[in-house]
Design a protein around this ligand. Structure first.
Ligand SMILES: [Zn+2]
Length: 44
């Protein structure tokens, strides 16, 4: 799952496609949206 870096819209286009754009704002910068990224680090 990817999200637009600018408007946070979900990107439904296949990321393998070259030259995809955000359908909402036309942005070309995306980031990976990972649902469970919570990492708990226990400091000692
Ligand atoms: Zn966008």
């Amino acid at each position: 799952m990817f999200r637009c870096y600018i408007c946070n819209e979900k990107i439904t286009t296949d990321m393998d496609t070259i030259g995809i754009q955000c359908e909402n704002c036309g942005g070309r910068v995306f980031y990976k949206d990972r649902p469970n990224v919570k990492k708990e680090l226990k400091a000692r």
